[in-house]
Design a protein around this ligand. Structure first.
Ligand code: ADP
Ligand code: MG
Length: 606
């Protein structure tokens, strides 16, 4: 075949493949145009998964009648005029190819009325062939109707999935767009039925109501608001509690200057912020807004503009990581929050149809040695069979129950209340100002020790105690050499060792915080971990992993009987320990049930 220049409509059809992958891409492009036009309300109506029709209406600035024809032309845009503009582009679109692409693979009707015009104008195109513009009634703003998507591109059409799959892509896309612009109202319908509707929000409470409508009430109940403002980069939004982690990374929303993106750098920064509170293999949930000077981000780095490039990635990374880290440090028992797990997930979820959504959003990572599902029946059983213990408790500890029922909380009672006893040697049952709490004593103690030693390490090394009788550990000669190579790093962590012989070492000192429990096992595991990690003790993550092993060994074991003062002392330590709401693996350390929750479980007052 001789070389020839392809006809324009074919060029457009080929180009369309880049931006218009499926019906949801049409929704994305049209809604982004509406947002760029300053719309306050956007309606999206889809039929048959968007393949039969997608209609997007907005109340934005509209298109002047004499520019209507041009808006469908390829590489025609009102958003940038020069390369310079491209360097600090603030609009979502700028390539001028969306409408041309969509028009070339569908039957498109564009009706628009510019703010300054007295009536609207309509323009239709089929497979890219434009018809003449005609006057048409229309309120200020724009409507775009896209019918029979890919009718002229059978190859593409074959890749379109079922109606429900395509619609769920549309819905997810519109949720992302709605999250990216909290001030704009959105409505979505499918085959005439409403999928969701949210109003624009101007306040944090309003935004949280939107989040509940878009992501589910569980997300709001189980997340913390974060905010960090600086001249270089501002970060704000909602971070899901570590105990609300998910099996898939499907609830992660990041907006950069009002644009929803999937960015590796940001995802890794957030992950770093979740370091040592997340169960292995679980994914955090979050909705985060990052704002910075548009000149410092390159948005022209991806055909669908899903990825961005930061001029100063390090600054952005650190700001995001630190913001997430600092809010997660606050996850300790506190009187204002309902605890690491939304009680609605336990109480309401188990009693009604909500159960399904509780399952879906389950906050309990599956793990063999944890009661993975805390069923309402078990809780009810606990509360009733232990009633005598409650009655036996010192009167001072019980004074609160009636007051709490009356609605006002006694401020002198600490957030985790006072211990009533142990449940099967695993949980501590406590009475709180407004109900009860159950604490996983091993998990909680593990976190308390971990944070304590970490703080001591940062302050120059944990205080050490000499052992009256050194612990002798037998190991292979290679392991002995390895252990001795790490000697100074171990010493910095409070563990002093010596070579005893070819295949044995002596442990002479250990951190005070670890008491004298199970020292042989503790050091052996620590050294085994070191052998596995090689020389990584020199980096923070290596030290933290080792610390976690040590803390796990030193923490109280299940089935150890604790006295009430010992239990209360653990509760008081939890209340002042950063991240105490979850153990080092991200499992919750405690749950709380208020009198209200209990009444609901027992159907009182119904
Ligand atoms: P881009 O958004 O990259 O500029 P598009 O092909 O999506 O390219 O749109 C072309 C032009 O049409 C836009 O630059 C804008 O001027 C105009 N336009 C498209 N949709 C709308 C709308 N909903 N409201 C106002 N103007 C619009
Ligand atoms: Mg556009």
């Amino acid at each position: 075949m001789p070389i020839q220049v392809l006809p324009t409509h074919l060029v457009n059809q080929i180009a369309a493949g880049e931006v218009i992958e499926r019906p949801a891409s049409v929704v994305k492009e049209l809604v982004e145009n509406a947002l760029d036009a300053g719309a306050r309300r956007i309606e999206v109506h889809a039929e048959q998964g968007g393949v039969a029709a997608i209609v997007v209406r907005d109340d934005g600035g509209g298109i002047p009648a004499d520019e209507l024809l041009l808006s469908l032309a390829p590489h025609a845009t009102s958003k940038i005029a020069s390369l310079e503009d491209l360097e600090h582009v603030a609009s979502l679109g700028f390539r001028g190819e969306a409408l041309a692409s969509i028009a070339s693979v569908s039957r498109l009707t564009l009706t628009s009325r510019h703010t300054a015009a007295s009536h609207g104008t309509r323009l239709a195109a089929s497979a890219g062939e434009r018809e003449a513009a005609t006057p048409a009634p229309h309120p200020p703003g724009t409507s775009v109707e896209v019918r029979d998507l890919f009718f002229n591109v059978p190859a593409r059409r074959k890749f379109v999935r079922t109606t429900s799959t395509e619609f769920s892509h549309i819905e997810r896309m519109l949720i992302r767009l709605a999250l990216s612009r909290p001030q704009v109202g959105f409505l979505l319908t499918h085959n005439g039925r409403r999928a969701f509707a949210v109003e624009g929000a101007e306040t944090r409470a309003g935004e949280e109501a939107r989040l509940a409508a878009l992501l589910g009430p569980e997300f709001v109940a189980a997340s913390l608001y974060v905010e960090h403002r600086s001249t270089e980069v501002s970060v704000h939004g909602w971070v899901g509690l570590p105990t609300y982690s998910r099996a898939q990374p499907d609830e992660q929303h990041v907006m950069v200057n009002g644009r929803a993106v999937r960015d590796r750098l940001l995802a890794s920064a957030i992950r770093a912020g979740f370091r040592d509170v997340l169960f292995h293999g679980r994914h955090p949930a979050y909705v985060l807004y990052i704002d910075l000077d548009p000149a410092r981000v390159d948005v022209n780095a991806h055909p669908q503009k899903l990825e961005v490039r930061f001029r100063d990635g390090r600054t952005v990374h650190d700001a995001v990581r630190r913001t997430v880290e600092s809010v997660l440090a606050e996850t300790r028992p506190n009187a204002d929050r309902a605890g690491p797990i939304p009680v609605s997930a336990i109480a309401a979820g188990s009693m009604s149809a909500g159960r399904e959504s509780y399952r879906q959003h389950s906050v309990f990572p599956r793990h063999a040695d944890v009661g993975a599902t805390l069923d309402w029946r078990e809780i009810a059983a606990l509360a009733s069979t232990h009633a005598p213990t409650v009655a036996d408790a010192p009167a001072a500890d019980l004074g609160s129950a009636n007051a709490a029922h009356a609605g006002d909380r006694d401020a002198s009672i600490p957030p985790l209340g006072y211990a009533l006893g142990q449940v099967h040697g695993v949980y501590i049952l406590t009475e709180t100002a407004d109900g009860l709490a159950l604490v996983d004593m091993h998990a909680a103690h593990e976190r308390v020790l971990y944070e304590q030693i970490k703080a001591e390490l940062e302050a120059g090394g944990p205080p050490r105690q000499g052992l009256l009788v050194p612990q002798i550990i037998e190991m292979t000669p290679a392991s002995v050499d390895m252990a001795l190579e790490q000697r100074s790093a171990l010493e910095a962590m409070g563990i002093v060792i010596d070579r005893l012989g070819e295949s044995s070492i002596a442990v002479r000192e250990v951190p005070v915080a670890f008491g004298t429990r199970d020292l042989g096992g503790l050091v052996r595991d620590a050294l085994a971990e070191l052998a596995e990690e090689g020389a990584t003790l020199r980096v923070a993550t290596g030290r933290e992993r080792l610390l976690a092993t040590l803390a796990c060994h030193a923490a109280v074991r299940a089935h150890r009987r604790l006295s009430l003062p010992e239990m209360n002392s653990l509760l008081r330590q939890m209340e002042v320990t950063d991240r105490a709401d979850q153990c080092n693996h991200g499992r919750p350390t405690w749950v709380r049930l208020s009198m209200q929750d209990l009444d609901r479980l027992f159907l009182r007052g119904r």
